[in-house]
Design a protein around this ligand. Structure first.
Ligand code: AMP
Length: 195
């Protein structure tokens, strides 16, 4: 199955995507992880996007659509994939529908992880503190100001996708404020109900 994990920054998409990969074998396709890897490796793409990531802005649709187009043709995506942080704009969602249709595939389910802004801000604070306590460096976009900006970018550009996928009848809303295991159980139930 091809699944979109949908929700604001810090909703738990990455955590649940990794669990889904373990449980079902569908790879996690996180454009954020791919872009951060490019920044870390110092590739031309990484140099192009580094400042954009730090500011919490969106990179261009062409860049992320290109990355995903290459990735979905790899063998491990044959039986499906978990899209995490992609698509983030209507143009990206349309491009994704198009490229899947060309391959006789489609998005089967969009799982919306619903979490209050206040909880997202607390979680980000917590994540920074834990990373620093372990001697690590927090993500450059995990400052409180940038998180607020990322949230506003989410509401302006990404949240409208709920209507896009809602019209296709694909959205299932999950309480993302429940404990991690409860979210995992709710996701599993949504997937099994869809089969
Ligand atoms: P994430 O790890 O999903 O929160 O993504 C981190 C950052 O990478 C975002 O704030 C954007 O700057 C960039 N990014 C990741 N995915 C996308 C996307 N689908 N479209 C545009 N920018 C993206």
């Amino acid at each position: 199955m091809n699944i979109v994990l949908f929700g604001p920054p810090g909703a738990g998409k990455g955590t649940q995507a990794k669990i889904l990969t373990e449980q079902r074998g569908w790879p996690q396709l996180s454009t954020g992880d791919m872009l951060r890897a490019a920044v870390k490796a110092g590739t031309p793409l990484g140099k192009q996007v580094e400042a954009i990531l730090t500011k919490g802005e969106l990179v261009t649709d062409a860049i992320v659509v290109g990355i995903i187009a290459e990735r979905i043709d790899q063998a491990d995506c044959r039986d499906g994939a978990v899209f995490d942080g992609f698509p983030r704009t209507i143009a990206q969602a349309e491009a994704l529908d198009g490229m899947l249709a060309e391959r006789a595939k489609k998005i089967d389910l969009v799982l919306e992880l619903k979490v209050d802004d206040q909880v997202l801000i607390q979680r980000a604070d917590q994540r920074v503190k834990e990373t620093v306590a372990k001697g690590g460096a927090p993500r450059s976009d995990d400052t409180p100001e940038t998180l607020k900006h990322r949230l506003s970018v989410y509401y302006k550009n990404t949240a409208p996708l709920l209507h896009f996928y809602g019209r296709q009848g694909k959205v299932v809303t999950i309480d993302g404020m429940a404990p991690i295991e409860a979210v995992t159980t709710a996701i599993a139930a949504a997937i099994d109900a869809h089969k």
